[in-house]
Design a protein around this ligand. Structure first.
Ligand SMILES: [Zn+2]
Length: 145
């Protein structure tokens, strides 16, 4: 009897220490801040007949070379965003930045030559360019593969 109780307690402890870290890791996969942008990206894709199969995670983390954001390669499908730079961007600039990175991570798009009308130039267009022609930029993003 005592042995059975001991075993059950042991099992409970093992489950606790294996499941809790898993749940915590899952919860942090995408920071809440980015969920609306992911949903909007999928909505804009669907409106253009593109289905996004990839599951992409976006999180605040230290970026490589101190950049704004990066799509980590190697099949990770993970975008890391600098919390510092994020805090300085307008809503439109944030969208342009994330949609550029999602272009890499979710659409497998590479950079295009600077000066090309695209979100996929090395430096994403500023809000002054992106805002007035947003719909055309998104047509190019989802159609320019
Ligand atoms: Zn890029």
């Amino acid at each position: 009897m005592r042995y059975a109780v001991f075993m059950r307690l042991g099992l409970a402890i093992i489950l606790f220490f294996t499941l809790i870290p898993l749940l915590v890791a899952c919860g942090k996969a995408t920071d809440n801040e980015f969920v609306p942008y992911l949903e909007l990206f999928r909505k804009e894709a669907t409106a253009r007949g593109v289905s996004i199969g990839a599951h992409v995670e976006i999180a605040f983390e230290t970026t490589i070379y101190g950049g704004y954001a990066q799509c980590l390669g190697g099949g990770l499908q993970r975008i890391v965003v600098s919390e510092y730079w994020w805090s300085l961007l307008s809503a439109l600039e944030r969208e342009a930045l994330l949609f550029h990175e999602l272009g890499h991570c979710a659409l497998a798009r590479e950079h295009v030559a600077d000066g090309t009308f695209s979100l996929m130039t090395r430096v994403a267009p500023g809000a002054d360019k992106y805002g007035p022609r947003r719909s055309e930029y998104l047509d190019e993003l989802f159609g320019g593969q």
